[in-house]
Design a protein. Sequence first.
Length: 71
Amino acid sequence: MVKAKFICESKEQFINGGRVKLVPVTSGSEENKNFWKYTPDGRLEMWVDNDAAFKQFEVGKEYYLDITAAE
């Protein structure tokens, strides 16, 4: 498993869903500096058409991304 820490950079709502963009954290805490050291660049962009899921993302809020292989 790989664990990354990203921050929600932006979100755009449309009639049939929305777009969420996340980028790696860079500062704000010692933990963030550690994550940035190993993931200095990147971007996750998702189209979300589940309104309840879309509402969980807040611009400026940090999120852990746990990446595991699909079996």
